[in-house]
Design a protein around this ligand. Structure first.
Ligand code: PBE
Length: 267
């Protein structure tokens, strides 16, 4: 029998990101929930974005795993596929987590990490300014701090300066995580800390935090993305709660495509 030509038939895979990421875990669970008979290709944030850009240049159908905040939503007309089963949750918060004992060992760092909270627009500004000015995110993070002094000063309330103390933060090499981690690292340096930043995979970040090898991290998207790691490690780490609210992950398409729900990918 002949199949009608449409965008859904042309989709043979969903373009994912790094194996071991919360995004891939949630994508796998979502594909199971909808019983999708297509592949989930792993890659990286950068490789996923370049595939997306190539598809858009050729107006080809493509489905990627993507999340908000992300500058791609600023540069391109993109849409989240509807998720009637709510397999990806309604929205995500990004949590700050620290190792047990940090409060006693480095009270000021603990206090600052506990105070740190910002909005989607703030994180977006750091990422978009880096692109606009063609600088690395740590540099646009410094600029953001200069332009948002009042907000930063509020995080510093009750935080005593220190000397000769070192803290280590783990992060994953995703732009959202580089943005938040860079901002907090700069502010910790203002307080007087020597800050070491360690880029690892998400599972390694959780493990390092649980055994005290690193002091903190700002990377856990919950309740959905990082759920598997969180369940595994929650008794061995300290969850300081959300540093950002209202984020979202999902399956994303260019808006020229003629599908609008994950259900449209079912055969
Ligand atoms: N992400 C980017 C990460 C967090 C931000 C959504 C790819 C993840 O949890 O997998």
């Amino acid at each position: 029998e002949e199949e009608e030509e449409n965008d859904a038939n042309e989709i043979e895979e969903i373009v994912g990101i790094d194996p071991g990421s919360g995004t891939m875990d949630m994508a796998e669970r979502t594909m199971e929930a909808y019983d999708l008979d297509i592949d989930l290709a792993s890659s990286s944030e950068a490789a996923m974005i370049s595939e997306l850009e190539e598809a858009i240049a050729d107006q080809e159908p493509i489905v990627v795993t993507l999340w908000e905040p992300h500058w791609a939503f600023n540069d391109y007309d993109l849409e989240f596929l509807e998720d009637p089963e709510e397999a990806m949750g309604q929205s995500e918060n990004i949590h700050t987590m620290v190792r047990e004992g940090l409060e006693d060992d480095h009270a000021s760092a603990y206090q600052l990490l506990d105070n740190f909270h910002w909005e989607i627009d703030d994180m977006n500004e750091v990422m978009l300014n880096a692109r606009e000015d063609d600088v690395e995110i740590p540099e646009s993070a410094e600029e953001w701090i200069e332009n948002n002094r009042d907000e930063v000063d509020a995080w510093l309330e009750g935080v005593e300066p220190v000397e000769n103390e070192e803290v280590e933060l783990a992060y994953v090499n995703w732009e959202t995580e580089i943005a938040s981690t860079s901002v907090v690292a700069h502010v910790l340096e203002e307080v007087g800390y020597d800050v070491e930043l360690t880029s690892v995979e998400m599972g390694v970040a959780f493990e390092s935090l649980s055994n005290g090898d690193v002091d903190g991290m700002l990377i856990a998207w919950l309740p959905v993305g990082a759920a598997s790691y969180y369940e595994q490690y929650e008794d061995e780490i300290v969850d300081l709660g959300p540093n950002l609210e209202g984020a979202q992950q999902g399956f994303v398409i260019p808006d020229y495509m003629d599908i609008d729900s994950i259900e449209d990918l079912q055969e």
